[in-house]
Write a protein that binds this ligand. Structure first.
Ligand SMILES: [Zn+2]
Length: 299
């Protein structure tokens, strides 16, 4: 449903105009059918899956996000679990008070209890739905805003093997239908034949033309927390350069707890370095909701 633009939308539009982003040109965007269109600007999607909910361990994180992202003008999407929001209600309330009219920050959902979508076994649909409804209710209670985006949660072996797409099984089809029924307008690109980490899609091929799929990849749980690729910064900066050379979208999946407890300092220095390097090779940083609003990109 279309709503009248609020203060936040107007601010975003004004900022977009000021920054010359009113008409974006995009890097290679691959449509669901495999057709590709070549354009000028490479996009960088930085997000934090925000799920720790540990008031002591995460103390200071949200304030630092505001400080660093604002001073360096770094757009970020925070996909928050309802449970983390509840456990850190006061810090999140003050965070929202700070950022609610700032187009750099996009706040979306990551389920209530970190529940898995897209698994062979997985939880029954009513259980999944109740979990997302519970999370959305927390967002509404704390922020007065219902999320329209979900980043899918990885649940390891608990739910069986991961599927390749929402069109893989009857259950995964029902999962997307459930997500659509909640009013969700963006979720990971998760469709047969689509590269999950590179491609924006339109879920119209599954009957949901209003839903955008966004690329997702490079979780810091792998390259930073578990150090699976050697020196974390060397690795990720190398990947950014490779993607820039190929004019590909770069999704970067950070986690609140990794960025705060596994980094070399508590200044988000690694985030600044990553963004500086990305900008140097021509990336334009955007939030997920920026992409949703730019239908040329995915529809
Ligand atoms: Zn997660």
């Amino acid at each position: 449903m279309e709503t009248r633009p609020n203060r936040r939308d107007l601010l975003k539009a004004a900022i977009g105009l000021a920054a010359g982003t009113a008409s974006w040109a995009f890097g290679r965007t691959e449509k669901a059918g495999g057709e590709q269109s070549r354009a000028k600007e490479n996009l960088f999607l930085l997000r934090y899956d925000t799920e720790r909910g540990d008031p002591e361990g995460m103390k200071g994180f949200l304030e630092k996000v505001v400080e660093v992202h604002r001073s360096h003008q770094i757009p970020a999407t925070l996909f928050c679990t309802g449970a983390a929001l509840e456990r850190m209600e006061m810090p999140f309330r003050s965070f929202y008070g700070e950022v609610k009219d700032d187009a750099l920050f996009d706040i979306q959902d990551h389920s209530y209890s970190h529940i898995g979508l897209g698994y062979e076994r997985g939880k029954p649909i009513p259980t999944l739905k109740a979990d997302y409804e519970r999370s959305f209710a927390v967002h509404e209670r704390l922020f007065g805003v219902r999320p329209i985006g979900i980043s899918m949660c990885a649940t390891g072996g608990r739910d069986g093997n991961g599927l390749a797409s929402f069109d893989a099984t009857e259950k995964s089809r029902a999962e997307l239908e459930m997500v659509a029924s909640l009013g969700v307008r963006m979720i990971n690109s998760y469709l047969t034949g689509v590269n999950r980490s590179r491609t924006f899609i339109n879920y119209g091929v599954m009957g949901y033309p209003e839903i955008m799929g966004f690329p997702s990849g490079y979780p810091d749980t792998g390259w930073m927390h578990r150090r699976e690729r050697g020196d974390p910064l060397e690795y990720i900066l190398g990947e950014i350069r490779k993607r820039a050379d190929r004019h590909e979208t770069m999704p970067l999946m950070l986690h609140d707890w990794v960025a705060w407890t596994r980094a070399a300092d508590r200044e988000l220095t690694h985030v600044k370095r990553i963004v500086d390097a990305a900008r140097k090779v021509g990336y334009k940083l955007v939030t997920h909701v920026d992409c949703l609003r730019n239908k040329d990109l995915w529809a």
